[in-house]
Design a protein around this ligand. Structure first.
Ligand SMILES: *Cc1c(COP(=O)(O)O)cnc(C)c1O
Length: 422
């Protein structure tokens, strides 16, 4: 559930009409709803009542400081995948002891910074990485608490580009080598083995792949404990999907996910970490755009809007479906549009043959479910200014990342001296 919908015939973000924000900010822009963010955070926490549980929000889904701070105030931890994200999480007030550091290849500098800050856990993905972490920690006189990310070789049944738990994917250590790798790591002087980590993919709409992977974790934990390791933390990753197409996708609810986790993992008596990203922020954000032109092609109508693939790349990168909704309610006849952006790429297409009420130049539309992997993946391709972000709370809104000016964008480039001497 989210807080974007029609009131008196016009889309509102919480208590604000979109047209009002668009009038002040200009289009395109991302718009986030505080109430939706908080609701999603609480829904997840309610799915793990009474458990020794920490939600580590996956910062890469949406790393705006205002979004992070909203979640931090609710008590959220963070899952980061780079030194930059770690700095963002700390800057937003998420305490180091609630932060886990994931990612395939952390550098020595990133490790040193994380050790200095005293994060809760490194999720390590290779033998080479644990050896490097040991070396860095030793040189600082610290001990690094770790979990290994296990690659359970299960099919997450999601888009190939966001499936991460198959043996052919680059992520994690193979389950078959886990016991040996844990034994070797436990012998390293600056490493403390405390957990097992897993993350099999994103936008999962079925609980079964999770359950299959978690069952493999349970038997591994049994073996590791028998080998003498003190395994007290299970990081189950993120990945729970959201209904991008609300008419046809019904992903499992966090409550059902939580019950499944408790059934399978509960008996181990571990601290449970989960790292949802998309589920917290996806439906808490929309992309608002204006129609520039309507163009009649040979056999189809193009709705050309002022947002493009540089602002929201998911449709062209993942063939992602996003609902598109006119800002003003209409009961007129439906028209089939290809909804496209102005960029010089055929991939700059948000939707094909989408049935929408008739729209004209200047009309506002909202692209739904754009809060996750939207703004964070945006670029300035075609020298289009980075899309601004707005956070709404009740009847208030704030620009939480402004649109850069053209001078700011061009000013980032540097002319070498030899070109300057005219
Ligand atoms: C991306 C990622 C997540 C979050 O995935 P969602 O599908 O957004 O919930 C969690 N953990 C790790 C390690 C990730 O890479």
């Amino acid at each position: 559930m989210d807080y974007f919908g029609y009131r008196q015939g016009e889309i509102h973000a919480e208590d604000l009409p979109l047209s009002r924000i668009a009038g002040e900010v200009g289009t395109p822009f991302y718009c986030y709803s505080t109430a939706t963010l908080i609701r999603h955070y609480n829904v997840f926490c309610e799915a793990f009542p009474g458990d020794d549980f920490l939600l580590c929000y996956s910062v890469k889904a949406n790393s705006n400081q205002a979004v992070l701070k909203t979640l931090a105030k609710e008590g959220s931890g963070a899952d980061v995948v780079s030194g930059g994200e770690l700095r963002r999480a700390l800057a937003a007030g998420i305490p180091a002891e609630k932060i886990v550091f994931s990612g395939v290849a952390k550098t020595a500098q990133e490790m040193a910074y994380a050790l200095e800050q005293g994060i809760f856990q490194f999720n390590v993905e290779s033998v080479a990485e644990v050896q490097e972490l040991n070396r860095v920690a030793l040189s600082m006189g610290r001990v690094a608490a770790i979990a290994f990310r296990i690659n359970p070789d299960v099919d997450a049944r999601t888009h190939a580009k966001i499936s991460t738990g198959k043996s052919e994917n680059k992520f994690g250590i193979p389950l078959s080598r886990a016991r040996q790798i844990y034994a070797d790591a436990a012998a390293l002087p600056a490493i403390r083995v405390q957990g097992v980590d897993i993350h099999i993919g994103s936008q999962l709409t079925d609980l079964e792949p999770f359950a299959q992977a978690f069952r493999r974790v349970v038997s591994l934990v049994g073996e590791l404990r028998a080998d003498g390791h003190d395994i007290s933390v299970l990081d189950l990753g993120g990945g729970l999907g959201i209904p991008y197409d609300r008419a046809s996708t019904k992903p499992p609810l966090p409550l059902e996910y939580g019950a499944m986790v408790r059934r399978i993992i509960g008996p181990l008596g571990c601290r449970i970490l989960i790292e949802p990203g998309r589920l917290l922020v996806g439906n808490a954000g929309i992309l608002v755009a204006r129609v520039i032109y309507v163009k009649q092609g040979a056999d189809r109508k193009f709705l050309i809007i002022d947002a493009a693939m540089n602002d929201l790349v998911r449709p062209s990168l993942y063939d992602a479906y996003h609902e598109i909704v006119p800002a003003v309610e209409s009961s007129g006849p439906m028209v089939s549009y290809d909804v496209v952006g102005p960029i010089c790429e055929t991939g700059d297409t948000f939707a094909r043959a989408r049935e929408l009420p008739e729209l004209k130049s200047g009309d506002l539309v909202m692209i739904r479910s754009a809060g996750a992997y939207g703004a964070v993946m945006s670029s300035t391709y075609n020298t289009r200014p980075l899309v601004p972000e707005v956070l709404v709370k009740g009847g208030d809104f704030a620009i939480v990342r402004p649109r850069p000016t053209y001078d700011e964008i061009i000013g980032l480039d540097v002319i070498p001296e030899w070109l300057d001497q005219t």
